[in-house]
Design a protein around this ligand. Structure first.
Ligand SMILES: [Zn+2]
Length: 698
């Protein structure tokens, strides 16, 4: 359909297997012309669909729309992957320039009046069209996409809507780049033994590795989460912990050109206006209208139920930590525990109470073995087989590719992982698709998915293995659960494929998969000492089991406080955002009763879920919402007799992992579980049921 431009490798597709692009030939400068051409083709395709002489039907409207823009979708996925994982100043400049045009394109497609008139007409007659369930779901989903993107607004408001979307895209891009800048700009040198006091060998090694990656001598602490958290956990130097803590929570608030405070205010102002255009009193109402929860009240009820139990739990945990500290450091007695002290004293208490020590555990959690554990669980549950392919093109030497096969030998797709923290890579862990599973393709050939898992583990030193913490291993399983959601997808239409589900359902497949890494049976099989190959001792597994609710008040409070903050901020009725978002945040948290010393998972100035894009705005609660589902859902295995029960695994695959968005999520869960979800398993898992039963805890 389009001519290949000379020197334009992006447009010369279809050479490598799995539709992989020729990564090594791609330069930042290639993206603008390629994306502009792909956007133009997409607009022309949708305009042609709107101009058809034939009356609208499902195939010439819904299925055809689902096929359109396939090339653009692939370019955008590739572009975002490179921006997040191998960023550079030229690529960031392209990203800033493309933010508004991409948003404008989205608006242009979703406000194409001729096409929407046909879609709207079909939607009005949807009950009488004789559509199968998945087709009906696609029609309803597409219609809602258009309506929520402003298709029904009168002309001037529609134009304003498009302007708002472009301005938001630019602001959100700058917000994310500012966080990246803050993380890249800061480091704390550890020049001598005194600065390293308390750090186990793996943290020292990670600090030396971080220095080397930045071209510095010795060892440094950077703001990579995989270094910050171990440092706060083990460093005996309260003064250095305080410096790391302040830099970590101060990301985005440092003043100057990279300060996120003005961006947060502007994003909030525009979101409020957007919600008003769409007929809602606040942005939270607009965002929640398209979720399982549906309303602020239902989200708030869940958050409050957990918050009320978690706060007394965290206070009790703090008293225990203070008692331990007072005994160890009599000079400190009576002083409140500070934020940079909590993890350190919690680790000491954990060691004392459960004889658990990260340094003792880590040799059993070697990265390669943990990946094998994830593959093995996917094999035992779903019959999948992973075959390494070192001959395929990838975007960085850290990336490893695997072809994935079903039990019957058929190809399911391609799985890539990119595990290590490095300069130019966004912090955090995520899954994305370079290509979605679909059977509705232009050439009629089924399209297998290409799924990427990204982590930020601290790489072992040259010649040494990468050893994970149990929390890291859980993250690995979490992202792999998302990966399976992409790989196991069995839908006809791309729009309904994989993780493109309602956002408070999307964490179910990832969070439920975390349960397997904690299973003694899985640990015995895969958690083997990297040097001796000995399986993890049963006594250690037992101590791990006993300690699994340790410090859960703290973790729950930190998460829930961030979720409450998000909801309250986006539920404000005032058009004008708070004059000082940090002061507003502090006042809100004090008012909510956040226990001193805890802190929150994310402060507003670097809360990327909320401000680096809009898909989690008023949506940070989704992890807890999905945890209700995963805690209750996983119990189905225990009830059936074991973590690999074949019948339960088959239901989980069919109704959750394979179903994408072709089934309404409440119905999908009930089909899997046989009944609606219950809250109690979540509370039990976090050790909050006992707190509720105890009168002292209220
Ligand atoms: Zn997730």
């Amino acid at each position: 359909m389009s001519a290949v431009l000379p020197g334009q490798p992006l447009l010369a597709e279809g050479v490598a297997p799995h539709g992989l692009p020729p990564f090594e030939a791609i330069e930042p400068a290639h993206f603008e012309p390629a994306l502009e051409q792909a956007m133009r083709e997409h607009r022309e395709a949708v305009a042609a669909l709107g101009a058809q002489a034939a009356p609208p039907d499902f195939d010439n409207t819904c299925a055809a729309l689902d096929r359109s823009g396939a090339r653009l979708l692939r370019f955008v996925a590739l572009f975002h992957t490179l921006c997040a994982s191998v960023s550079s100043a030229p690529l960031q400049a392209v990203q800033r320039r493309l933010a508004a045009p991409l948003a404008a394109h989205h608006s242009a497609i979703h406000t194409d009046a001729a096409f929407f008139a046909r879609l709207d007409a079909l939607h009005a007659q949807r009950a009488t069209l004789g559509l199968d369930a998945e087709s009906l779901r696609l029609l309803e989903r597409q219609h809602l996409d258009f309506v929520r993107s402003g298709a029904r607004l009168p002309g001037p408001q529609r134009r304003r809507h498009a302007e708002l979307m472009q301005a938001l895209a630019e602001l959100q891009t700058r917000f994310a780049q500012n966080v990246l800048h803050a993380e890249a700009a800061w480091q704390l040198p550890l020049p001598d033994a005194a600065a390293m006091a308390g750090l186990p060998p793996f943290v020292r090694a990670a600090a030396r590795q971080a220095a080397q990656e930045r071209g510095l001598p010795g060892a440094v602490v950077t703001l990579a989460r995989s270094l910050v958290l171990p440092f706060l956990t083990f460093s005996e130097r309260a003064d250095l912990r305080e410096r790391v803590w302040r830099a970590w929570v101060g990301r985005g608030e440092e003043g100057g050109a990279h300060d996120n405070r003005p961006l947060v205010r502007e994003i909030l102002r525009l979101r409020h206006e957007l919600a008003g255009l769409m007929g809602h009193a606040c942005y939270a109402d607009f965002a929640l209208a398209d979720t399982m929860a549906g309303t602020r009240e239902r989200v708030d009820a869940l958050l409050q139920a957990v918050w009320q139990r978690a706060v007394p739990q965290a206070l009790a945990e703090r008293r225990a930590l203070e008692a331990l500290r007072d005994a160890a450091l009599p000079d400190e007695a009576g002083r409140p525990l500070r934020e940079w002290d909590w993890r350190y004293w919690a680790e000491r208490l954990r060691r004392e109470r459960y004889a658990l020590d990260d340094a003792e555990l880590k040799p059993y959690f070697e990265l390669g073995r943990m990946m094998q554990a994830a593959f093995d669980c996917a094999g035992r549950l779903f019959g999948l087989r992973f075959e390494r392919r070192d001959d395929l093109p990838v975007y960085h030497p850290d990336v490893v590719a695997f072809e994935v096969f079903d039990a019957d030998g058929s190809l399911r797709g391609l799985f890539l992982h990119d595990h290590f923290a490095r300069p130019g890579k966004r912090s955090g862990a995520w899954m994305n698709a370079l290509r979605w599973q679909s059977r509705n393709t232009a050439d009629g050939q089924p399209q297998t998915p290409v799924i990427l898992n990204t982590n930020n583990f601290a790489r072992g030193e040259p010649g040494s293995p990468t050893l994970l913490s149990l929390e890291d291993a859980r993250t690995l399983f979490h992202e792999f659960g998302h990966g399976l959601h992409g790989l196991l997808s069995e839908v006809r239409f791309q729009r309904l494929s994989g993780t493109q589900v309602l956002r408070d359902f999307v964490e179910l497949p990832s969070q439920i998969f975390e349960h397997w890494i904690a299973e003694p049976e899985v640990l015995r099989r895969h958690a083997r000492h990297w040097q001796t190959g000995e399986p993890i001792p049963d006594a250690l597994i037992e101590r791990l089991q006993r300690a699994r609710r340790f410090n859960q008040g703290y973790e729950t409070v930190r998460y829930t406080a961030s979720a409450l903050l998000d909801l309250a901020l986006h539920a404000r009725a005032e058009a004008e955002p708070p004059a000082d978002v940090c002061a507003w945040e502090a006042a809100f948290l004090a008012d909510a009763g956040l226990p001193g010393g805890c802190g929150v998972n994310h402060r507003l100035v670097h809360f990327q879920h909320l401000f680096a894009g809009s898909s989690y705005a008023a949506g940070y609660y989704v992890y807890l919402w999905a945890e209700v589902l995963d805690a209750d859902g996983y119990d189905a295995f225990a009830e059936a007799g074991g973590p690999f029960d074949a019948a339960v695994a088959e239901r989980l695959r069919r109704h959750v992992y394979a179903a994408g968005n072709r089934v309404e999520p409440n119905a999908a869960f009930e089909a899997f579980r046989g009944r609606p979800p219950r809250l109690e398993p979540l509370l039990a898992k976090r050790g909050l049921l006992e707190a509720a039963a105890s009168p002292a805890a209220q």
